[in-house]
Design a protein around this ligand. Sequence first.
Ligand code: HPA
Length: 272
Amino acid sequence: MLELIQQSAHHILEKTNHFKPTIGIILGSGLGGLVKEIEVKYTIPYTEIPNFPQSTVHGHKGQLILGYLSGKPVLAMQGRFHFYEGYDMKQITFPVRVMKQMGIEKLIVSNAAGGMNPEFQLGELMIIKDHINLFPSNPLIGKNDDTLGPRFLDMSEAYCKEYRELAKQIAEKNNIRVKEGVYLGVSGPCFETPAEYRAFWRLGADAVGMSTVPEVIVAKHGGMKVFGMSIITDLGIEGHVENVSHEEVLKVATAQEPKMTLIVKELIKMIG
Ligand code: HPA
């Protein structure tokens, strides 16, 4: 696998005159707003990158954007890969391996998620404190390449505490309401039944979504620091589970974009 990762990283570095981002960003559903804030230097479609999987979901573009955000060199993935699309865990997380190979040590991830915490409102911003992996697999299954990371990975602080504190301070300073909570990752593509939302809340999760967990596991495997945020686009609160559609998820995510963008921009200023 190392050879494939090196090949992709090498291609990106060649195409960008050896531009060296320090932060990787994975942009989730409807969070494209951040892209408009990037001073774009290079755009590379996934189709041009050797060994990269391709994106199939409506509303997800498939390209890497390299440039400056808050004056810091970043690499943003516009379009990510999901388990429900049929990719395996290694394919989904391949771009994170490539980021690490390029020298990126910090990862910022965003997603849309359904909220189970009864204190949550529609459109709530949630800083991810921790996760529960209920995907039917794990990207680290199989022979471990010790040059990429350890066989048995410590996950006691998957989401960097320092970054979470900084994000909370930024939110407070800018009068942005944020919550902190546990994200539970599932394969999808079904949204949850009321019984599933209830079960996940009882398991200790505040929100549920179909991404992020695989990428974060691999980022941690590579020793990267991670910051993650969810936009609560629908509510799966006991007794109040409503109809949910992809369109509705995108609509709510888009409406909340500017707040999330501001937090991430300010955070990058501090950590980049
Ligand atoms: N469940 C799973 N994934 C999601 C949801 C949800 O309710 N909302 C947005 N992504």
